[in-house]
Design a protein around this ligand. Structure first.
Ligand code: SAH
Length: 384
C-alpha cells in the first residue's frame, strides 16, 4: 500500500483545473516523511490517483496519473516513449525529449545530445523513484550514456543534494551537435542547463535565415545565434558576452564551422550604450539576456533593464533591419513583455513592426493550464 495524501476541497478544485501541483496549504492530510509515490484521495476518501510527494517542499504533490492507472516501471517507460514519439521533424541532433509538466512527467527533464542523454530530477518525490525512471530512459531512448545534471538550485527547495553524476555509460565533456547547417559543442557537464540552451533552437534557425550584412548577437553564451548568423551568410558577426570562458567555447565552435565571429568580452548594457551613442547600425540584432526577474518583487527593475536594452538595439537597426528579442523570466508575462517593447519603440522614435511572436521550441511543450511550462517569450521585430 502506498502512503496516502488527502486533498482539501480547494486542492481538488485546483487539480480539476488541470494544474499538476498541490501546495502544502491544499492538503488535509499527508504522510509527513518519506518522499515518493502517494495515493491521492479527496476529503470523502474517494481515490483520485497517484502523485509524487515532496515532504519538505511548498509544492507537496505533483500529479502523475488518475486512479486505476498503475504507476510502475512500465508506466514510466510508456510515458518517456510517448514524449519521444511526439518529437518529430526536428532538424537537429540535440533536443528536449521530456519537458517535465509539459509532458505529464512533473519535475523530470530529459534532453538528448546525439547518442547521449542528460536528465534532471527536480523533486524529492521523483528522486525517490530514480532507479525506475533511469531504467525507463534507458529502455525508451537507448542512449550510450546518461548524465544526471542534478546540480540545479531548485533541488535545495526539495532538500536534495546538488551533484552531477553519471547514471550509466560514459558521457564526454563535450558533444558535437548539428542544428540545421550549424555544428556546435554542447557541454553536458559544465554548460548552462543540461549543456546548451535547447529552448532557443527554432529561434536560432529562424534568425539564421535572416542573416545578412552586419549582425550582432548580444548575451551570446557559446554563440548559438552568432553561429547561425555567420553560417547563414552575414558579412560580419559580433558577439557580446560577459564570460570569457563562454567566448572561448564559442571560438572553438566557430572554427568547427569554418566561420569568423568577433567575440567581445563586455557588459552588454555598457557596450550597447556606447555603440548606440557612437551611431553604430546593424542589419540583424539578437538580444537573449538571462532572466532578470528572479521573483515578483524584482519585476519592475527587470522591465526597466529589458527596456533599456531593447531601446538601444532599436535605435541601431538599419532601415529594414531585424531585431530578435526575448525574455526567459517566468515572472515577466507576455503582456508585460510586449508593453515593454512598445514603450522602447516609442522612446527609440522608430516605427517597429511585430513580424512574429515566438516562444520556446515545440519540444518544450507549453500547457495552457500550466503557465510555468512557458517561460520563454520572444518577438521578431523589423524597423520600417
Ligand atoms: N543566446 C545563447 C544563450 C544566452 S544565455 C544561446 O542561444 O545559446 C545568457 C548569457 O548572457 C550568458 O552566457 C551570460 O554569461 C551572459 N550575460 C549575463 N549578463 C550579462 C551582461 N550584463 N553582459 C553580457 N553578457 C551577460
Amino acid at each position: 500500500m502506498k502512503p496516502r495524501a488527502v486533498l482539501s476541497a480547494r486542492g481538488a478544485t485546483r487539480l480539476g483545473a488541470g494544474h499538476p501541483w498541490i501546495f502544502r496549504s491544499d492538503l488535509r492530510d499527508e504522510p509527513g516523511e518519506h518522499a515518493g509515490l502517494v495515493a491521492v484521495e479527496d476529503e470523502r476518501g474517494k481515490p483520485l490517483g497517484t502523485a509524487l510527494y515532496s515532504p519538505a517542499s511548498e509544492i507537496r504533490l505533483r500529479w502523475l496519473a488518475p486512479d486505476g492507472v498503475a504507476v510502475d516501471a512500465a508506466w514510466w517507460e510508456t510515458m518517456v516513449r510517448a514524449a519521444a514519439a511526439r518529437r518529430t521533424g526536428i532538424d537537429a541532433t540535440a533536443h528536449r525529449v521530456v519537458h517535465a509538466e509539459g509532458d505529464g512527467l512533473p519535475s523530470l527533464i530529459v534532453d538528448r545530445f546525439g547518442d547521449w542523454a542528460v536528465a534532471q530530477f527536480l523533486s524529492a518525490g521523483l528522486e525517490a523513484v530514480r532507479d525506475q525512471v533511469v531504467d525507463a530512459i534507458r529502455a525508451a531512448l537507448a542512449p550510450r550514456g546518461l548524465l544526471l545534471r542534478n546540480d540545479a538550485p531548485v533541488r535545495e527547495r526539495e532538500r536534495l543534494p546538488r551533484a552531477v553524476e553519471t547514471a550509466f555509460g560514459e558521457v564526454p565533456e563535450t558533444i558535437e551537435v548539428r542544428e540545421g547547417a550549424v555544428r556546435y559543442l554542447a557541454a553536458p557537464r559544465s554548460g548552462q542547463k543540461t549543456g546548451a540552451f535547447l529552448d532557443q533552437r527554432e529561434n536560432r534557425l529562424l534568425v539564421g535565415r535572416l542573416a545578412s550584412g552586419r549582425c550582432l548577437d548580444v548575451f551570446a553564451y557559446h554563440g548559438g545565434f552568432a553561429l547561425h548568423l555567420a553560417k547563414g551568410g552575414a558579412a560580419e558577426v559580433v558577439a557580446v558576452e560577459s564570460s570569457a570562458e563562454a567566448l572561448a567555447h564559442m571560438a572553438r565552435a566557430a572554427d568547427l564551422n569554418g566561420v569568423t565571429i568577433a567575440g567581445v568580452e563586455a557588459n552588454a548594457f555598457d557596450w550597447l550604450r556606447a555603440a548606440a551613442d557612437a551611431g553604430d547600425t546593424w542589419d540583424v540584432i539578437v538580444l537573449d539576456p538571462p532572466a532578470f526577474a528572479k521573483d515578483k518583487r524584482s519585476l519592475e527593475r527587470a522591465l526597466a533593464g529589458y527596456k533599456e536594452l531593447n531601446l538601444r538595439a532599436m535605435r541601431m537597426l538599419a532601415p529594414g533591419g531585424y531585431l530578435f528579442t526575448c525574455s526567459c523570466s517566468h515572472h515577466v508575462h507576455r503582456g508585460d513583455f510586449f508593453a515593454m517593447l512598445g514603450a522602447a519603440a516609442q522612446d527609440a522614435g522608430r516605427r517597429i513592426q511585430l513580424v512574429e511572436l515566438r516562444g520556446a521550441a515545440a519540444d518544450h511543450p507549453e500547457l495552457l493550464t500550466v503557465p510555468e511550462t512557458g517561460y520563454l517569450k520572444g518577438a521578431l521585430l523589423r524597423a520600417l
